[in-house]
Ligand binder design. Structure first.
Ligand SMILES: [Zn+2]
Length: 1153
């Protein structure tokens, strides 16, 4: 059936519509898109002068402890003294043995071929001044009339922007575009033949002298005696090597420590009576804006470890720390229902409840942080306990000024909250890999004793700031990358060349492999290949290999991927204006599909489907005058009714697509169909990709629970009464296994599913999200979608999602050196065996957390190595391998472990572990296990590393002094302890989101950033200093901003000056501020500009567009805001930071007694 042509055709394609404002934000169009790499693979310039040698497999920096992470280590200034042997003078002139520069034909034009000739010694690497790398400018012609003039844009790996007009006439090139050229790599050079074997001097030890000069050697006995401080603790002090502990003196156990029954702390959450928590009636949107999120698939076949079994071990005798290794150990004590603060006031300043901020609002229920009739008379001074803000600030000032140079093994990077540049000198950037600890216990027993999980958080396609260089693409021609014969590890800086360079010994399994003739190179007197600096795979931590046909499915190079847009056209979707909005947006957005390098247009083909109870496919073949619709009403056995004309090139079919997008909203304008199907939609997309023999992504825009008769039909099974029961886990599990099987098929085809949900009621995110989660896709949720307030957020998310870098048909494997191995994986993926993480799609925001366990002893000399190899298909259909290497130290002293941990990463792991645990265990069990594991971690430190001190002191390792506060935030999060307005879908959604978050995202999600806007300097670009997340830090006369990666709240105090209100909101009084605003009005005054620029800056930093919510003090909506003041007691029973710290102290004491 042919679609009627509409009289009013849209504007000519490719011409931005007049008045179109959508692409003006910094994240779009000619501007760099956040999250999208800003450079193409530049020529490999080799390491910088003063290059520091990556740590060879043996002997370097043996067990010399590094300063704790807070300590400023000025590597830069000392590199020259460190590496006299390794600077450019050693570089051999190009020889015929080195690979020829890759032929241009073998690489996408955007990739500058890796060349050993393109640089001089002086210009290697990033200039010492940290000046931005010069990148080849990419011409980004923007069609006339477009609003933003593209600034001279740095070339990007994937480029956006409409292609030059001339290319619009290109036709019929799609098939020819497939990577035949990739095979055309230059043949390997004949090679020199084997040179005379030179003795390979292992250089072990050669660094020790220097090293000891550089780093303060640490001996176990040197552990600084914790000083007991009775108040005003050393929180503010910058950590320094000699002082790795924070000492908090908590009051000795007093009888009164037992909790009053009314305050619920850590235990089973008891909900306050509903009356105490009025639902904000004025809330325009979803009950819990921002905090929503959906659910993950339950059965992850790969997830090996099951949640910790509850144990009967309770009572006075704490479990020995060695019980049960990874994974939260069995709870030793039933959680206390609560605990009261010390009565004796022996330390800490006694404070009134809320200086600055009235405890109870007149006329409102006292829902402040101190509910309960008799407020505890005295409080532990919050200023005397470790402050996240202080730690963040200290790290910024200590480590933000120097680049982080990755040439040293086991070096703890700056915190994720610190802005710093990275120079790859042999280890992967922390933007790609972060570890819970950079110094691993040598033995399994030590690891068990400490209970510190050994995990790496890996973001293989992470976006880099423009100043950093993307991994170079290395082309070894038809022979492909050089690998170890036994374990198949890829060539990397830690491989040891022997016998004059004729063989190399694998740093992972020790197997000796012949160097292929074309790869042979002589060694210098230190045993290093003379082409060391010319080859990224020998000198850098991260790089890419062009994959050969052996790495492709069915031994065939892949076709470019396809995007299929699948739009729900049922009643709600049409009525809300959503369908029209999507169609309008796609008209422009399709010109911004990801493309590679300097390709003139995207290789990605597109297709369109609409659906309600039936599916409509569209033929948009370029030769048609009008699009054709084909209806499939038999959804039980989905097939694709057309092959030719379904997936098309945007430029070729421009007119037909435009016509289709104009007509879709009209065609369904009068629909009365309210029911939808869901699984058949995914099946249709999957079948279409199968027929086209390509990978791709489905963008599904869906509004309701799929109750229409069809495979995968669902019923409403929401039941909040299950909360806090043993059946609560079912809320997170899918209601049918149908979707798990579908996900498996999708992964096999490389069909990634991104889901945009617009529910007005429960739609079972836990089930609908299964395929998305297991295919590596993204899920977005806009509850109670309203065009006026939500369209900006949705459109920004959609634009970013469509444009972001993504690899298809991806397989990731993590290899480790002997002694440890990857045992468990967390993230959005599928596993069909125990080692390979499969993702139909992996984008630049997705993170995989990998846990390691010992299977043998490690040695301090050798350290431990990780190699993450990701095989994927680029957006142009090129098959590649991205390799990340990281070397860690190993220790025989627990103190070394504790001074090289990273708490933010630890929390990322623990949250993901717990969020998976709720699929199979009661939430309370999961919470108890978390608390117990952290108590054991801290007790082990106290017992083995800290100096003897009175039991009344809480002593925390410097690196982990924020563990209690962050852990409490995880425990209070909506998945583990739902807030009052949080829906079942919200919890499932959040659970799924967190599973793929990187460390920076979990950090701000669990401990939101709170900025006093009224303290902002309008003349500077900087942000105001953040403050702690507690109500008592708020002043009635100020305006604050709180962001957690999903929401931005702007809180306005009742006493804010009228002038400020006028400047920010354009109204004359507090009472006139509308909390229905979804954006701030654009006003021409410095304060308004400053606040809006801060918000823009934050939006760009996050992977999702955050929802803006205006909160007036004493307004009903304030309850929602207070949910995020995570240092306070929460309405749903979550403990305050102070209370929780006391609780942890008690747990630790019990373990030690
Ligand atoms: Zn090996």
């Amino acid at each position: 059936m042919s679609v009627n042509q509409q009289a009013h055709a849209g504007p000519p394609y490719g011409q931005p519509q007049p008045g179109y404002q959508g692409y003006q934000q910094p994240a779009y169009g000619g501007q760099p898109l956040p999250g999208v790499p800003q450079s193409q693979y530049g020529a490999y310039n080799g390491p910088m002068p003063g290059y520091q040698q990556p740590v060879p497999p043996q002997g370097y920096f043996p067990s010399l402890g590094f300063p704790s992470k807070g300590s400023p280590v000025s590597l830069n200034s000392d590199t020259s003294s460190l590496a006299p042997n390794f600077i450019g003078s050693l570089r051999a002139p190009p020889t015929s043995g080195a690979p020829p520069p890759a032929s241009g034909a073998s690489l996408p034009s955007g990739h500058l071929a890796y060349s050993q000739f393109g640089h001089g010694d002086v210009q290697n690497g990033i200039p010492a001044s940290a000046a931005p790398m010069q990148r080849p400018p990419a011409s980004q012609p923007f069609l006339p009339g477009s609003a933003p003039t593209p600034v001279s844009q740095t070339s990007t790996f994937q480029q956006y922007g409409p292609p030059p007009a001339g290319v619009q006439q290109l036709s019929n090139h799609m098939a020819g575009m497939t990577l035949g050229s990739a095979t055309a790599a230059a043949p390997p050079p004949a090679g020199l033949g084997y040179g005379p074997p030179t003795s390979v001097p292992p250089v072990s030890g050669s660094f020790s002298a220097t090293a000891s000069g550089l780093y303060t050697p640490y001996t176990a006995s040197q552990g600084p005696p914790p000083t007991s401080v009775s108040q005003g603790l050393p929180l503010a002090q910058p950590p320094f090597p000699g002082q790795p502990v924070s000492t908090q003196r908590l009051p000795a156990q007093v009888p009164g420590f037992a909790p009053p029954p009314s305050s619920t702390g850590i235990g089973p959450s008891s909900y306050p009576p509903a009356t105490g928590a009025p639902r904000p009636p004025t809330m325009p949107g979803p009950p819990l804006p921002g905090q929503t999120v959906a659910g993950p698939p339950a059965s992850q076949p790969n997830h090996v470890s099951s949640p910790p079994p509850p144990s009967a071990m309770s009572g006075p005798h704490p479990a020995p720390p060695v019980s049960g290794l990874h994974g939260p150990p069995p709870p030793t004590h039933p959680p206390q229902p609560g605990y009261q603060m010390q009565q004796n006031g022996s330390f800490g300043q006694v404070r009134g409840p809320q200086p600055n901020y009235g405890g109870a609002y007149p006329g409102t229920p006292n829902y402040g942080s101190q509910p309960g009739p008799p407020p505890p008379p005295k409080r532990l001074d919050p200023d005397s306990i470790p402050s996240p803000i202080q730690v963040i600030e200290d790290d910024r000032s200590n480590r933000g000024s120097e680049p982080f140079v990755t040439g040293v093994r086991g070096q703890v990077p700056p915190l994720v909250t610190t802005n710093f540049l990275v120079r790859d000198q042999g280890n992967a950037s922390p933007r790609y890999i972060r570890c819970t600890s950079y110094n691993i216990p040598c033995t399994s027993d030590m690891a068990k004793q400490s209970q510190v999980p050994l995990a790496a958080v890996i973001k293989p396609l992470a976006t880099l700031p423009p100043e950093e260089t993307l991994p170079y693409l290395v082309d070894h021609g038809e022979s492909g990358p050089v690998r170890c014969n036994r374990c198949k590890a890829y060539m990397c800086p830690f491989m040891q060349f022997i016998e004059g360079g004729r063989r190399f010994q694998c740093c992972f399994c020790s197997c000796v492999t012949e160097v292929p003739p074309h790869y042979f190179q002589h060694l210098d007197h230190t045993g290093k290949r003379v082409d060391f600096y010319d080859r990224p795979e020998l000198s850098l931590g991260s790089y890419e290999f062009l994959a050969t046909v052996d790495y492709c499915k069915n031994n065939k190079f892949p076709s470019p991927p396809a995007f299929i847009f699948m739009i729900d056209v049922s009643y709600n979707a049409v009525k809300s204006g959503l369908v029209r909005l999507i169609c309008e947006e796609l008209k422009s957005l399709l010109d911004y599909l990801p493309r590679e390098g300097n390709m003139e247009e995207s290789a990605i083909r597109v297709g369109f489907v609409t659906y309600n109870k039936v599916l409509h496919f569209y033929n948009v073949k370029s030769s048609l005058a009008q699009p054709q619709m084909m209806v499939v009403s038999d959804v039980a056995d989905m097939f694709v009714p057309l092959l030719d004309g379904f997936l098309v090139n945007v430029n070729e079919s421009r007119t037909v697509i435009a016509s289709l997008l104009d007509q879709i909203p009209e065609m369904f304008a009068d629909t009365r169909e309210t029911e939808t199907v869901f699984a058949p939609v995914i099946q249709a997309g999957l079948e279409a990709l199968k027929a086209a023999e390509c990978a791709g992504k489905l963008f599904i825009f869906h509004t309701s629970l799929p109750i229409a008769e069809a495979p995968g039909k669902l019923k409403n099974r929401d039941d909040k009464k299950l909360i806090n029961t043993d059946k609560e886990k079912t809320l997170f599990q899918p209601q049918t296994s149908f979707y798990n099987n579908l996900a498996k098929d999708c992964v096999a085809q490389g069909c990634c599913v991104d889901l945009f949900l617009f529910p007005n009621q429960y739609l079972d995110v836990a089930t609908l999200g299964v395929v998305t989660h297991q295919t590596g896709g993204s899920i977005y949720k806009y509850a109670y979608f309203q065009l006026e307030t939500d369209q900006d957020r949705f459109l920004n998310d959609l634009r970013r999602d469509v444009q972001k870098e993504v690899g298809f048909d991806a397989v990731m494997r993590v290899r480790t050196s002997t002694g440890i191995r990857a045992t468990d994986f967390f993230g959005a993926f599928y596993m069909s065996n125990t080692t390979d993480v499969e993702m139909a799609g992996l984008d630049c925001d997705k993170t995989i957390t990998v846990e390691f366990k010992h299977d043998d002893k490690l040695s301090e000399d050798s350290g431990a190595l990780l190699q993450c190899a990701l095989l994927y298909t680029s957006c142009a259909g090129q098959r590649r391998l991205r390799i990340h290497n990281l070397s860690l130290n190993c220790c025989t002293q627990l103190a070394d472990l504790y001074r090289n941990c990273e708490t933010d990463t630890l929390i990322n792991y623990l949250a993901k572990y717990a969020y998976r645990g709720v699929l199979s265990s009661p939430v309370k069990t999961v919470r108890d296990a978390l608390i117990n594991q952290c108590a054991q971690i801290l007790a082990c430190y106290r017992k083995n590393c800290a100096s003897p001190s009175s039991a009344g002191q809480l002593i925390l390792p410097e690196c982990m002094k924020l563990l209690p506060v962050y852990l409490n935030c995880v425990l209070k999060s909506d998945v583990l302890q739902p807030g009052l307005e949080v829906t079942t879908d919200d919890r499932a959604y959040i659970r799924q989101l967190v599973t793929s978050m990187d460390v920076a995202e979990t950090n701000v999600f669990f401990y939101p950033r709170l900025l006093p806007l009224t303290k902002a300097d309008v003349d500077s670009d900087s942000l105001p200093a953040a403050i702690r997340n507690s109500e008592e830090r708020l002043s009635k006369g100020d305006i604050y901003l709180l962001e957690n990666g999903l929401n931005i709240f702007v809180w306005v105090g009742v006493n804010v000056q009228q002038g400020l209100i006028q400047n920010l909101f354009g109204v004359s009084s507090f009472s006139q501020i509308s909390n229905a605003l979804s954006t701030l009005p654009v006003l021409e005054n410095p304060f308004s500009k400053k606040v809006r620029s801060i918000i823009d800056m934050l939006q760009v930093q996050r992977s999702r567009y955050m929802k803006l919510i205006i909160v007036k003090q004493e307004d009903k909506l304030e309850m929602l805001f207070k949910h995020f003041l995570v240092e306070d007691k929460s309405l749903s029973g979550g403990a305050s930071y102070v209370d929780f710290l006391c609780h942890m102290h008690k747990e630790i004491r019990q373990l030690l007694s």
